[in-house]
Ligand binder design. Structure first.
Ligand code: HEC
Ligand code: HEC
Length: 344
């Protein structure tokens, strides 16, 4: 190529490059994408101070690893990921599609709908107070050893979200709203599987109920009715196997589920195929309409009147236990903006 030609090409290229540069500066599309999410200038507080009766249980029950403490920026990123349908291959399903804030972070459907119209084999679990499950094992059959491990599984599940992790990293890296969120949470804009897992786990761990009537009573701010007080006693002590022996206060989780429930579901044998299942927190459970791992029990009242081992109770005990369990409902969880959908 002779010198003249090079000059000519350069001369022609300058306006083209300039035009492209100007086009890049035109941020119309960027602005639109960023405004799809609604986040506060200062992040919400995800490290609240729990009342004494909960704070004192935390050290023995907390499954937060030293490598992933909750930070406000980490949980904020986790919140966006939790509600982002981009986590599914066809942009139709987010974590929140099956863990709905309005349903105590469970699903009102017996089986949840995945990205291609398939349904999950089990009922969605509520994700309340999972931080207090000491062993940290997740799912009805405890197949995930930690929450950090668990949160990546629905993304790759054939029924739920249908993605691969490398494809997800590429996809999220291309979004305009993630670089800043990753930078705030982890120091640099880099999107990695490990960071996605940590942020989702931080958000899920931050979803804790501590503002129910039960909590006000334990703080001496309110009192139980006579029926609720009787229900608490029955819950903690009645029967050959008291409810509270398994579903332990203050979060009403089973830390070591021992009892088989073979009567309920001979087709699904749960943990190690032994007929055992984990139970999530019973707080806010009276607002969930399908109970147990297969969602087969339509309500608490139906459960108490059933013949499910350890769960059917004599008629005179039903109303008091029900009244007590309703005191475990924390209504703030369904409306708290820091747990809500940030996408407009
Ligand atoms: C298509 C529905 C669906 C989607 C999407 C989904 N989940 Fe779930 N989730 C379920 C079901 C069903 C279970 C119970 C499955 C089992 O135990 O076999 C579950 C269980 C869990 C648990 C276990 C709770 C416990 O106490 O052991 C956590 C935590 C959880 N999901 C978080 C998430 C997160 C985070 C996402 C998004 C990355 C997500 N889920 C996406 C349906 C879904
Ligand atoms: C021996 C331990 C044990 C005892 C006693 C027990 N439970 Fe359970 N409970 C479990 C386990 C384990 C599950 C999950 C079983 C499943 O899904 O198949 C469960 C499930 C539940 C559920 C449904 C949870 C959900 O997320 O769908 C409720 C509600 C419940 N129990 C309340 C009670 C009440 C009330 C009592 C007392 C009358 C009681 N339990 C006694 C271990 C126990």
């Amino acid at each position: 190529m002779n010198h003249k030609k090079t000059l000519l090409i350069t001369a022609l290229a300058i306006p083209v490059l300039f035009f492209q540069y100007c086009n890049k500066k035109d941020t119309a599309t960027d602005t639109k994408t960023v405004s799809e999410i609604d986040l506060p200038a200062t992040p919400y507080n995800y490290n609240v101070t729990f009342p004494q009766h909960i704070a004192q249980a935390l050290p023995q029950q907390d499954n937060t690893p030293a490598t992933n403490p909750i930070t406000n920026d980490g949980a904020t990123l986790g919140r966006v990921l939790f509600y982002d349908k981009s986590l599914s291959i066809n942009n139709t399903i987010a974590c929140a599609s099956c863990h709905k804030q309005s349903e105590g972070f469970s699903d009102n459907a017996i089986k949840s709908l995945g990205f291609a119209g398939g349904t999950t084999p089990r009922h969605s679990m509520n994700v309340l107070n999972v931080r207090f499950y000491r062993s940290g094992r997740m799912f009805w059959d405890e197949r995930a050893a930690t929450l950090e491990e668990q949160v990546l599984q629905p993304i790759q599940n054939d029924v739920e979200m249908g993605m691969t992790l490398p494809a997800l990293v590429t996809k999220l890296s291309a979004k305009t709203y993630y670089p800043d969120l990753f930078k705030n949470a982890f120091g640099t804009t880099e999107v990695t599987t490990d960071r996605i897992s940590k942020a989702l786990a931080q958000f899920v761990r931050s979803i804790v109920t501590y503002q129910a009537k039960y909590d006000r009573v334990k703080q001496g701010l309110e009192t139980f009715t006579a029926q609720e007080a009787q229900g608490e006693q029955l819950f903690l002590t009645a029967g050959p196997a008291a409810c509270g022996g398994c579903h332990r206060p203050p979060m009403f989780l089973t830390s070591n589920p021992a009892a088989p429930f073979t009567l309920l579901d001979p087709a699904d044998r749960g943990i190690n195929n032994e007929g055992r299942f984990k139970s999530g927190s019973l707080r806010n459970i009276s607002s969930v309409s399908s109970l147990f791992h297969n969602g087969s029990v339509p309500s608490l009242a139906a459960m108490l009147a059933s013949n499910i081992p350890a769960h059917g109770v004599p008629p005179q005990n039903r109303a008091p236990i029900l009244a007590f369990m309703q005191t475990l409902n924390d209504a703030t969880i369904a409306t708290d903006v820091k747990f809500s959908n940030p996408f407009r």
